[in-house]
Write a protein that binds this ligand. Sequence first.
Ligand code: NDP
Length: 295
Amino acid sequence: MSPWRLLSDGFLHFEKMKTVQPSIPVVLITGASSGIGRATARQLHERGCRVYGAARRVERMADLQEAGIGVLPLDVTRSESACACVEAVVEREGRIDVLINNAGYGLYGAVEDVSLDDARRQLEVNLIGPALMTQLVLPYMRRQGRGRIVNVSSMAGKVYTAYGAWYHASKFGLEGWSDSLRLELKPFGIDVVLVEPGLIRTPWADTALDHLEQSARKGVYHASAQRVAGVMRRLYASRLGTTPDRLARTMVRAALTKHPRDRYLTGFLARPSVLVRRLLPVSWLDAFIRLIERV
Ligand code: NDP
């Protein structure tokens, strides 16, 4: 499309790149081999986007590939892997319009029981990973004069529970990091959007709770950790949780809407938890959380 336009004053005007909207957005989404990422990749594809899904378990994305979605290997903790992933998209499409930093997992366990190596890995995947991917796409987005970074945080970036310390650290961190980034990128026409899901029925809970139970085995936190894991497992196994397909609708909105909000808090328990956190003094909130963990 030519950047020159004939306007009502009869002169040809050169329109800057940023006013030229690409008709088909190019989207790169991390963590597309499962759960929220997989559902979002599918829905974006159905909406006509050129979608690239990335994750370590490429074999789990064979169905996405068959559906016409680009599939790329990616470990967000390895710079070479992240670099190759972004380069592959740019080589094929010439641009990246939306990066969705969705890859992540929950490292649950008592602070005393979780090794610092495991804790570092949690921050590497959930916080440094999005930073790495963002650094890699920004030169292209700045050159385009437009773009969008969608970071998948959590209600766990706003509220807390026992035994989730490192996960909360990663998501609370992602919240502040994204707010700073939004200010930095505004002048370049690049949006930064947070999605803060509540309880979503994906394999996320198995990873988090298996680790909680294993790390607490035979230690002083054993009984309490078992109880908390039991409550969470029951919640995730129930029909109460939001489905990934449902959550993906919000993800699509966050990625494509013309004027995005700074954050989308959505999914089972997300809004009530954040409301309770805002209303209650911390001592009451602590007592309330302890009560729930005994249910
Ligand atoms: P899943 O376990 O279903 O999916 C996690 C995805 O992250 C997988 O595709 C996995 O791919 C990918 N991933 C994990 N580690 C890496 C890595 N090192 N490099 C690249 N990809 C990686 O969980 P969800 O879909 O539920 O989680 C998606 C996001 O949503 C996460 O950030 C999570 O914290 C957040 N979230 C989830 C909630 C829930 O209740 N489910 C609630 C709030 C937020 P692979 O292993 O193949 O690399």
